[in-house]
Design a protein around this ligand. Structure first.
Ligand code: SF4
Ligand code: SF4
Length: 164
């Protein structure tokens, strides 16, 4: 008899606990304080819908921002390549003769392998000329892996004046 009473009492306490949890869920369901979820992918390109935006600190992929004159800030020093823990970055440089007749290193290709990147941000943080940044792009699915190997400096781009 004693165990039967305990059994019934356990059922009641289980139901009470369930209702307590459901009360919290129900409260948020009918009167949410702030809606933080996004209707993706519906809000991707649709006109009239709020455009999907990631938060400021989101790390989508490493990029090399260029000015409107197609200039970047990379001096091809190789620090980002040395600091990257995964071998994600490869900096290929060339030696040019400057206006003063001296040899000067210049960027040929800044290669970034997105599939290997762990988004640790070491490259972005340690670049002495702040040539790298993170974009907000997050749709990285591709059918061909080669598309994940990116050259960050744009064709024909040059070093921004004043960056040494
Ligand atoms: S991105 Fe920055 S750290 Fe990397 S090679 Fe260019 S200047 Fe150096
Ligand atoms: S974020 Fe980290 S893993 Fe990715 S390229 Fe930069 S240093 Fe390498």
């Amino acid at each position: 008899m004693k165990s039967f009473i305990k059994y019934i009492s356990d059922i009641f306490s289980g139901v009470a606990s369930l209702l307590k949890g459901m009360r919290v869920t129900g409260k948020y369901f009918f009167s949410p304080r702030a809606i933080v979820t996004q209707q993706y992918p519906e809000n991707r390109h649709k006109k009239g819908k709020k455009k999907l935006e990631m938060f400021d600190r989101f790390k989508g992929e490493v990029i090399m921002p260029h000015s409107e004159n197609n200039q970047h800030k990379c001096t091809a020093c190789g620090i980002c390549e040395n600091n990257c823990p995964n071998g994600t970055i490869e900096v290929i440089s060339v030696m040019n003769i400057g206006e003063d007749g001296k040899k000067k290193r210049a960027l040929d290709k800044h290669i970034y392998r997105l599939s290997m990147c762990s988004f640790c941000a070491l490259c972005v943080k340690t670049c002495p000329s702040k040539a790298l940044a993170f974009s907000q792009e997050f749709e990285h699915a591709v059918f061909d892996r080669k598309k994940l190997i990116k050259i960050l400096n744009k064709p024909g781009s040059t070093l921004m004046k004043g960056i040494e």
